[in-house]
Write a protein that binds this ligand. Sequence first.
Ligand SMILES: [Ca+2]
Length: 233
Amino acid sequence: MLADYPDAWMKGKVDGTDISFDGLQTLGANDGVAVYAVGCDNGDLAAFHLAYDAAAQTMTSTNALLANAHNDNLAPQVWFNDVTLSKDDPFAPIETLPYTNGFDTIDEWDVLTIIDANGDGSTWHQYDSGEGIFASYKYNSDNDGDDWIVTPAIRLEAGKTYNFVIDAVCSSNAYEERMEVMMGTAATAEAMTMTVIPPTELMTAGMSTPTKWSMTSMPAIPTAPCTTMWWQP
Ligand SMILES: [Ca+2]
């Protein structure tokens, strides 16, 4: 974007859908004069802000971006308004169904988002039992699980009926587990607002006979790509 400073970069902070870049980050030099980037709100220097739109896959500026030098060291001004950045999503929404994920290859695992909501380090991981490779929740003797596996976004259409099936099982008959499947429009726990399969106790029949959950009627589906996930409370 800053053609005069092709090696420049700015460090930003993400807070929800807001990405803020503190002012006066060094971009480089112009004829020996240091040049800085800063946001601008109606003439007042400020942090530069971009707003992320997950559905559109864009980041759009909410104020102006200025590249300039110090008051008493002049360099050409560069001024940007109405900046929109976009990039092809490396994990583009799944457009063709059925989509399956067996969790047993690197490629299948890499497209998942794992959320350790309680930050205790016990969370979903790829596990090879010897009988097969699958997603396994790492048991914690102190904390309840509050962990999510989020699939890539899957494009669904309102008014249509979809089938969803998952195989799940407890590893021990001594400890029953409970899981649910939800969907939402972003890969965050907070965004998962639509129930696909309500919290359900897993049968403890043993590793070799997983419970097969299924449902054939999705709740109201938004027009944006959906993301599904499950968790273990
Ligand atoms: Ca956890």
